[in-house]
Design a protein around this ligand. Structure first.
Ligand SMILES: Cc1cc2nc3c(=O)[nH]c(=O)nc-3n(C[C@H](O)[C@H](O)[C@H](O)COP(=O)(O)O)c2cc1C
Length: 328
């Protein structure tokens, strides 16, 4: 079940998705503490900026000791930016490197990166080849299914990526422009799995143990990547690891304690100006745990300080989390 990639073992094969604004050190740490995750990911990091960033101050590079293994996601548009960025990732102690070939955000596309880069297969080939030459670390790419459904194009693209030496491929089962509300096409991930010999990680729409089982069944993938469910239910990795991969059961899920821990790590590691925005992002997802969670999310959005947000949160928890935590 484990994924062995050179010196790196992903065990269990459950990966935290790269998520800008969400997948920073505080979220990564609480997920690691809850267990069940095999590989963490950074937020996407611009290749041009990486060689000049200071890991002590750059909030995208701040990390704690337990955040391993950690895959760094590179957002890149030009092959010549790859080697200097890779040098920086080596200095930062990356355990693996992922190339962003799927981001559809207009701000990213305007720079020629993400899904825009993926439209130029030849340029992608050069980027992947440059990355492969520049590192012996496990190298992956994260793709969507493309601009339109085409087995022929997707197959050629995936085989090209494999041919350039990727160690594994993550497939987000949606087309470039498809919104998150649309069901992910796990059956298309199955096609990719059949075409390739390298491991394939399935991504998109996994919010429960049931989803995880169904996705594995339909896609035949070698592992799963989880995005939005991670800030909503950071214990989901542990639950899936237990249900599918024989990991230990979680005794108790103490939601207020997890929320407080998240805030404590924010305050400990990030500069003060970076706390509230990150807390608001996290709360947007975390509040989905509660039947009237939108009240919590809205009140946090209106808060002008972390102390104010915590007051609101504690009052909410006192009403909704009385007594012990939920059974795992
Ligand atoms: C807030 C947010 C930020 C994201 N940032 C990135 C990113 O930096 N790099 C990337 O490849 N994908 C990014 N994604 C996409 C996720 O990695 C993932 O592919 C997507 O959310 C689908 O998985 P899910 O259904 O489990 O959330 C982001 C998604 C969200 C919701």
């Amino acid at each position: 079940m484990d994924l062995k990639l050179g010196n790196l073992t992903i065990s269990p094969p459950l990966v935290l998705a790269p998520m800008v604004g969400v997948g920073h050190s505080a979220l990564r740490t609480i997920i690691m503490e809850l267990g069940g995750v095999g590989l963490l990911s950074t937020e996407m990091l611009g290749a041009r900026k990486l060689p000049h960033s200071n890991p002590l101050y750059d909030p995208f590079l701040i990390k704690g000791d337990m955040e391993h293994p950690l895959s760094y996601q590179m957002l890149v548009a030009n092959p010549e930016d790859v080697a200097p960025a890779m040098d920086a990732l080596h200095r930062l102690g990356a355990d693996a490197v992922d190339l962003n070939l799927g981001c559809p955000a207009p701000t990213v596309r305007r720079t020629g990166a993400g899904s825009k880069l993926a439209e130029d297969s030849d340029l992608v080939r050069q980027v992947v080849a440059a990355a492969r030459r520049a590192t012996t670390l496990p190298l992956s790419a994260k793709i969507r299914l493309g601009p339109e459904l085409s087995e022929e194009k997707l197959r050629a693209f995936c085989l090209m990526l494999e041919g350039e030496g990727l160690d594994y491929l993550t497939v987000h089962g949606r087309l470039q422009k498809e919104p998150f509300v649309r069901r992910a096409r796990w059956e298309w991930i199955a096609k990719v799995k059949e075409w390739l010999t390298i491991p394939v990680i399935a991504n998109g729409g996994i919010f429960s143990v049931e989803d995880a089982k169904r996705c594995l069944e339909i896609s035949g993938a070698d592992g799963l990547m989880i995005g939005r469910a991670a800030p909503a239910t950071p214990w989901l990795f542990a639950e899936i690891a237990h249900a599918i991969y024989g990991g230990p059961a979680l005794a108790v899920i103490d939601r207020p304690a997890i929320y407080r821990r998240f805030v404590a790590i924010l305050e400990e590691r990030f500069p003060p100006g970076r706390h509230l925005g990150r807390l608001k992002e996290f709360s947007h997802y975390f509040s989905k745990n509660y039947p009237f969670g939108h009240h919590l999310a809205m009140a946090i959005q209106r808060s002008e300080s972390v102390a104010g947000a915590m007051e609101v949160a504690e009052a909410f928890f006192a009403r909704h989390d009385r007594g012990a935590g939920l059974a795992g």
